[in-house]
Design a protein around this ligand. Sequence first.
Ligand SMILES: Cc1cc2nc3c(=O)[nH]c(=O)nc-3n(C[C@H](O)[C@H](O)[C@H](O)COP(=O)(O)OP(=O)(O)OC[C@H]3O[C@@H](n4cnc5c(N)ncnc54)[C@H](O)[C@@H]3O)c2cc1C
Length: 467
Amino acid sequence: MSSAIVWFRRNLRVSDNPALTAAAESGKPIIPLYVIDDLDEGSAGRWWLHNSLQALHAALRDDGGYLVIRAGNPVDAIEQIAEDFDASDVYLAARYEPAAVQQERDLETVDGLKLHVSTDYLLNEPGTVLTGGGSPFKVFTPFYKTASAQFVPYTPAAAPADMTYVSPEPEGDRDAHQALLPTLDWADRFPDYWTPGEEGALARLEEAKTKVANYDVERDRPGHDGTSRLSPHMHFGEISAGQAHYAISSQRNAEPLIRQLYWRDFSYHLLSEHPTLPSKPLRSEFDNFPWVEDDEHLKQWQRGKTGYPIVDAGMRQLWHTGWMHNRVRMIVASFLVKHLLIPWQHGADWFLDTLLDADLANNSAGWQWVAGCGTDAAPYFRVFNPILQGQKFDPDGAYVREWVPELENMPSKFIHEPWTAPEAMQQECGVIIGRDYPEPIVEHKAARQRALDAYQLSRDLVNSAAS
Ligand SMILES: Cc1cc2nc3c(=O)[nH]c(=O)nc-3n(C[C@H](O)[C@H](O)[C@H](O)COP(=O)(O)OP(=O)(O)OC[C@H]3O[C@@H](n4cnc5c(N)ncnc54)[C@H](O)[C@@H]3O)c2cc1C
């Protein structure tokens, strides 16, 4: 009998995995395969991927099987394995990034292989949520209304019970798996915060259930652990979108958190509709925006040394834990794009490299939203004031104190603008601004005005070109 390859992609789990289930039901002996191909994982994502693959391998081992890990072009790897092990079928889950879609197209052209593509990553497939007129939505709220009416909730499936594996196990590439880990000790602290793999994901999902009822009030308080922290697990498909929906919707006051799952869907719908989302503003008036290339400012932002405590706390949380609270993502992104006028793509690149949940669709849509150049975006002229944002969402400074320990002893009144604390107080708190913690690298009011002027200039350019 011929065999079947189960090509794992962003579905690194055994339960509620339609590709794996369909392969098992085919009755053919299977070869579970992952091909490391560097598509769009950054350094932090590769750390996660290493551990998630290890966890998947262990889960399949417990079932008497294995996971073959190879590296290179997946189409070549699959073709080779199919030839060596007489595989006639490939079971895979759909992906939506342009390069991943291309891989699927390339695989379709391989002679003698039948592809079985299943869907489990989103609640609704891109291209299926349309306006009454049949076009894609540009704005989230009407998208959400239609999408949530369209999604049919279901009870997640258990892992398939009867899988037989091709024997002997095809050879894998241990070195490539090992090479996913960073050579620096930067990731050493990640295990304190995260457990990659399906078991860790299901445990997080259980924990998330306890946060659902208060999510609407807690979600904007970065100093509180009020959000689900499911994002890296969802990025790697360690739980399906349907599993997340099922667990969350079983709780009281589920709508605010369920809504976030639809923001994720919306990003993927945008990426599918606009493959240039990661690099090009969706609004053409931003084509000639007078961005400023400033390496020094970019580095200060990346290192959490801007002198604005809420911005620095966010950037340091990102560096230490591989994750940043959503409210703070908005604040730091706005600061980079508006206060520093640095192109949003530079910020998006840094996030893609350092976030454990780095996700081409969500990240690109998030940055375009903040920069004001997405279809449904915060208006560019609304410039977040990092002092007021800090005071509003981190009123007692708990978040800043955790990530910017230099300011640990600063009274709450001054924690979001420590440069205004009298010198004697700075002495008493053990932090001299300008010596132990930076002065603000730009002054808020002047930076805000510069951003508004730049925006006006770019609009004038568009208008004069049109007239
Ligand atoms: C500039 C910027 C960049 C971002 N980059 C990413 C990214 O690379 N990867 C990523 O997963 N999210 C990204 N987000 C969205 C959001 O910040 C994270 O999904 C969220 O903070 C993850 O934490 P959580 O799991 O506790 O979310 P929760 O609030 O508990 O939400 C549950 C899930 O819903 C999804 N979700 C929540 N908010 C959003 C959103 N605004 N857009 C899309 N999906 C959402 C995530 O899968 C999340 O795990 C970005 C947002 C901004 C403003």
